[in-house]
Design a protein around this ligand. Sequence first.
Ligand SMILES: Cc1cc2nc3c(=O)[nH]c(=O)nc-3n(C[C@H](O)[C@H](O)[C@H](O)COP(=O)(O)O)c2cc1C
Length: 160
Amino acid sequence: MDVQTKKTALRMFTYGVYLLGMKQDTTYNASTVSWVSQVSFEPPLVMVALRNDSLTLGMVLAAKGFTINLLDSRQMEMAGKFFKQATYQDGKLNGHAFEPGAQTGAPVFVDAPAWLECKVVETLGRGDHTVVIAEVVEAGVRDERATPLVLRDTPWQYGG
Ligand SMILES: Cc1cc2nc3c(=O)[nH]c(=O)nc-3n(C[C@H](O)[C@H](O)[C@H](O)COP(=O)(O)O)c2cc1C
């Protein structure tokens, strides 16, 4: 296999850009993630692949739950603020207001056009990321007409 071709092909796949919210004990955090997909209709399951050495994975496994906040195409700047541990101040994360999810306590950003609240049901660790499979236990839509932020429309890469 040509490694560069593999990288180019994988980077042509379509991904969104989401904010994964989490709360472990009293600590809130959120991370920008792309490797997210639905994996079952019934029960409604999603997966997110999280880097093994990340704070995010540790917090998600400890909390056994998280939120996925879908972003609008105009919210790239917001996504760009969550590449490392977020700062909690005045009830906001990196300056963005949120509400605690009813089922997990994880942050639901008030500006996210849609969101899911998820409970971890399974993990699969094979490569440098761990696939976390979770059941969708709550969902919200604030703006059905939003155009979702997609990785291809950003200057960022995550894949290859
Ligand atoms: C565009 C983009 C997409 C990303 N997608 C993921 C992802 O799907 N999974 C992941 O573990 N990290 C992803 N990251 C990295 C995380 O945003 C973050 O840097 C990582 O969780 C390490 O931070 P932490 O140790 O504070 O958790 C992505 C980064 C960028 C810039």
